[in-house]
Each structure stands twice: as C-alpha cells, then as structure tokens.
Design a protein around this ligand. Structure first.
Ligand code: HEC
Length: 111
C-alpha cells in the first residue's frame, strides 16, 4: 500500500478511536462530565436503561424531570446540579439518529 494511503487510514482510525464513547460498566451510561451526578440522582428509582433508551434536547429532558418531580416523588435540584444533569443528558442522549457520530471538537480539527 502506498505510504499516503497508510497514513490516511491511520488518521481515520485515530479519529474514530478519539470519538468512541466510553461506557460506565456499572450503569451502562456514557462516561462524561456529570456522570456521577446523574448516577447519584437518576438511578435510584429506576435503572439507567430509562435514560439510555430516551433521547431529547435540553427542554425535553427538563420536562421529563419536571414530570417526575410533580408526579413521581423526584426531589428538587439546586440550579447547579440541574444544569450539570441537563448538560450531561442533552450532550450524550440528544435527539436524532443515535448512529450519527458526535461533532468533532474544535481541538481535534486541523488548524
Ligand atoms: C423518585 C424516583 C425517581 C427518580 C430519582 C428519577 N426518576 Fe425517572 N422515573 C421515575 C418513575 C416512577 C418513572 C416512570 C416509570 C414507569 O413508567 O413505569 C420514571 C421514568 C423515567 C423516564 C422514562 C420516561 C418515559 O417517557 O418513558 C426517564 C427517561 C427518566 N425517568 C429519567 C430520569 C432522570 C434523567 C432522572 C434524574 C434526573 C430520574 N429519572 C430520576 C422515578 C424517578
């Protein structure tokens, strides 16, 4: 194989690995900032599968939380904790095609 092709292939594999999401073995949730907070607050009454199977933007997640707070005995969060949870959820379980890879981060793009 030509050197150029080898390099291109290595780059492609590298980018794929960078984007691969690590999964928390205990809960099955994606490892990201806020995971611990979500595990502490969101896997008490039901398994994390409820979250994994659900998708939504920030508003959708927020309304699910409000619904659980109103009807299912979910406690109130401080604005900081709620922000951390919502950011985690909208980032890792967004609406749309789950097969779609996440956007490249600015730091991973060529200058
Ligand atoms: C106090 C208990 C409790 C806690 C804590 C809790 N939930 Fe729930 N949640 C429920 C109940 C009860 C249901 C409904 C179960 C059913 O449909 O049988 C539910 C359902 C869900 C569903 C499915 C909604 C649907 O439309 O199918 C999702 C997603 C969800 N919860 C996410 C979360 C998230 C995210 C958190 C953390 C912010 C959380 N839950 C914390 C009680 C709780």
């Amino acid at each position: 194989m030509k050197t150029f092709l080898k390099l291109a292939l290595m780059l492609a594999v590298g980018i794929t690995l960078l984007n691969a999401k690590e999964i928390d073995k205990e809960s099955g949730l994606i490892v990201d900032k806020g995971l611990q907070t979500v595990k502490t607050n969101c896997t008490v009454c039901h398994s994390a599968k409820f979250i994994i199977l659900q998708k939504g933007d920030r508003e959708t997640w927020k309304s699910m939380i409000r619904w659980m707070q109103k009807t299912q005995g979910l406690w109130e969060f401080t604005p900081e904790i709620e922000d951390e949870i919502l950011t985690y959820l909208e980032t890792n379980y967004p609406p749309g095609d789950i097969a779609r890879r996440p956007n490249l981060k600015a730091k991973d793009l060529p200058n």
